[in-house]
Design a protein around this ligand. Structure first.
Ligand SMILES: Nc1ncnc2c1ncn2[C@@H]1O[C@H](COP(=O)(O)OP(=O)(O)O)[C@@H](O)[C@H]1O
Ligand SMILES: [Mg+2]
Length: 433
C-alpha cells in the first residue's frame, strides 16, 4: 500500500515531512506483532493511528479493544482489564471477562497509559511479557494473545524518573515509538487539512464556504492549535455552519479560536484535555450492569474512606489536650462529631448514572490543601514515613478507642464518630469481636 492510499483510507492527512515519516512508520510496523507506543499531545491523531495499525494487521478480523486507562477509576481498573470471578468483591454477582480476554487474538489499545496505577502496571508487565494474567479473585493463570498499542500525551520517561511509572514496563512498551508531532510543528499541513475538512462539512451541511482574507489565513497558520487537529476540525465545522456564505476575516476567525490565544502567543497549554470526541469507546461499552457494578464499588470505596477520615478526625480530637477543633487540619474539622451517613453516595450515584463521564472533583485549590494537610497530619500521627493502609488505620483506631473506654462500644463509637452499628460491623469484619 502506498502512502496516499493509506491516507485516503484512514483519514490521516498531511504531506509534511513529519507526517510522511509517521505514516511510513505506521505502515512498517502494522503487519508485525510489535508493541507500539504512540506519543503526542491531545488531538494529534493517536486514536486514528491505533485503529489504522489494527486494521492493517493480521489481527484485523479480531477485536480491537480500546481502553482509556485514565478514565477508569483506580478501584476497578484491575477487574476491568483482567476480569473477575463471581464473589471477588461486593457486587461481583457473576464472573466476567476483562478487556485482555476480549482482545484475545486481536489488539488492545491502552490509551493514556501514563495514568495507570502502579499496582496495575506490574500486572500489565506480566501480561505483555508472556500473555499471563489472573482474574481478580482467582488464582488460576489465564493466557491471552494480544498485540498492544499504548498511547500517552505525557512524557513517559519523565514519569519513570519521578517514580510513578515502572521502568521495566516503559522498556517493554517502548519497542517502537511513534511520535505524532503537534500541528504547530508542521504548519504546512494546516491549510490543506483545513481545506479537506471544509469540503467534507460543506457537503454534509449543504453549505458554501467563501474563503479567507490574507491575514485570517496567516492567523490560521500562526495560531498555536493547542487542541491540534481535533480543534482544527471543530473550527472548520463551526465556520462552515455558523459563518455560512461569509468571507472570513481575522475578527471572524478569532471568535472560533479557543482560549485567549492570539498570533504569536506563547501559551502552549493543551486546551481540550477532555474534549469532545476524545471520550473513550470503553465508556460507551459500559452496559447497565457494568455501570451498576462500578457504582457499587465506588460507593463502597468512598464510604470506607470517609468513615476512616471521620474516625481519624474524631480520634485525634478526643486525644488532643486542648480539644480545639482549629488545631486539626482544615479538611478534618468538619468531620469532628459528624457521624452522619456519608453523603458521597449521592454524588456518586448521579455521576454513575451519567455514565461515568465525570467523577466528582474538588476544585484545584482544595485538592492541594486537603492532600497536604491530611497527609502530613497522618504521617505525623503515625510518626513513620510509611503511610499505613486504610484497613490498618481503621483497626488501629478502633482498638485504641476500645482500649480507652475499657471496651465500652457505645463510647468508642461516639469517639470515632461512627454509629454503633458500623462499629459492630467493622469489629466483625476485622475479627476483633
Ligand atoms: N492527520 C490527520 N488528518 C486528518 N484528521 C486527523 C488527523 N489526525 C487526527 N485527525 C482527526 O482529529 C481528531 C482527533 O484525533 P484523535 O486520533 O482522536 O487524536 P488523539 O487520540 O491524539 O487525541 C479526530 O477527529 C481525527 O479524525
Ligand atoms: Mg485519543
Amino acid at each position: 500500500m502506498d502512502r496516499e492510499v493509506f491516507q485516503e483510507q484512514f483519514g490521516l492527512l498531511g504531506t509534511s515531512q513529519e507526517m510522511r515519516h509517521v505514516i511510513d512508520k505506521i505502515m512498517q510496523v502494522a503487519k508485525t506483532d510489535i508493541s507500539v507506543l504512540l506519543q503526542g499531545e491531545s488531538g494529534v491523531g493517536k486514536d486514528v493511528t491505533a485503529r489504522a495499525i489494527h486494521a492493517l494487521s493480521e489481527r484485523k478480523r479480531n477485536n480491537l479493544i480500546i481502553v482509556n486507562c485514565g478514565a477508569i477509576p483506580e478501584g476497578i481498573i484491575e477487574s476491568e482489564l483482567f476480569g473477575h470471578e463471581k464473589g471477588a468483591f461486593t457486587g461481583a454477582n457473576e464472573s466476567r471477562e476483562g478487556y485482555f480476554e476480549k482482545a484475545n487474538g486481536g489488539t488492545i489499545f491502552l490509551d493514556e497509559i501514563g495514568d495507570t496505577p502502579k499496582n496495575v502496571q506490574v500486572k500489565l508487565l506480566r501480561v505483555l511479557e508472556n500473555g499471563e494474567f489472573f482474574r481478580v479473585g482467582s488464582s488460576k493463570v489465564q493466557t491471552t494473545d494480544v498485540r498492544v498499542i499504548a498511547a500517552t500525551n505525557l512524557d513517559l520517561w519523565k514519569l519513570v524518573e519521578d517514580g510513578s511509572f515502572r521502568e521495566d514496563l516503559y522498556y517493554r512498551l517502548d519497542t517502537v515509538q511513534i511520535h505524532l508531532p503537534p500541528l504547530r510543528d508542521r504548519q504546512e499541513d494546516i491549510v490543506p487539512i483545513f481545506r479537506k475538512f471544509v469540503q467534507e462539512f460543506s457537503a454534509r451541511y449543504d453549505s458554501v464556504f467563501k474563503g479567507f482574507s490574507d491575514d485570517a489565513r496567516e492567523l490560521l497558520i500562526s495560531y498555536r492549535w493547542p487542541g491540534n487537529i481535533r480543534e482544527l476540525r471543530n473550527v472548520a465545522e463551526q465556520l462552515v455552519v455558523l459563518e455560512k456564505s461569509q468571507f472570513i476575516d481575522v475578527e471572524r476567525l478569532q471568535k472560533y479560536l479557543k482560549g485567549r490565544q492570539h498570533q504569536g502567543s506563547a501559551d502552549n497549554l493543551p486546551m481540550l484535555p477532555n474534549g469532545e470526541g476524545q471520550q473513550s469507546n470503553t465508556q460507551n461499552e459500559f452496559d447497565r450492569r457494568d455501570r451498576e457494578l462500578v457504582y457499587r464499588a465506588l460507593v463502597e470505596l468512598r464510604t470506607d474512606i470517609s468513615d476512616v477520615k471521620k474516625m481519624l478526625a474524631n480520634f485525634m480530637y478526643s486525644t488532643m489536650p486542648g480539644k480545639d477543633v482549629k488545631a486539626l487540619p482544615p479538611a478534618m474539622r468538619s468531620d469532628v462529631g459528624n457521624s452522619g451517613v456519608s453523603e458521597m453516595g449521592i454524588n456518586l450515584n448521579e455521576h454513575a448514572l451519567l455514565g461515568m463521564q465525570e467523577m466528582p472533583k474538588p476544585t484545584h485549590e482544595t485538592v492541594s490543601e486537603v492532600h497536604e494537610s491530611e497527609e502530613s497530619a497522618i504521617i505525623k500521627f503515625f510518626g513513620g514515613d510509611e503511610i499505613p493502609s486504610i484497613e490498618a488505620t481503621e483497626q488501629f483506631l478502633i482498638k485504641q478507642a476500645l482500649e480507652k473506654y475499657d471496651g465500652n462500644r457505645r463510647k468508642a463509637s461516639e469517639t470515632l464518630g461512627i454509629s454503633e452499628r458500623t462499629l459492630y460491623r467493622k469489629l466483625d469484619q476485622y475479627g476483633l469481636a
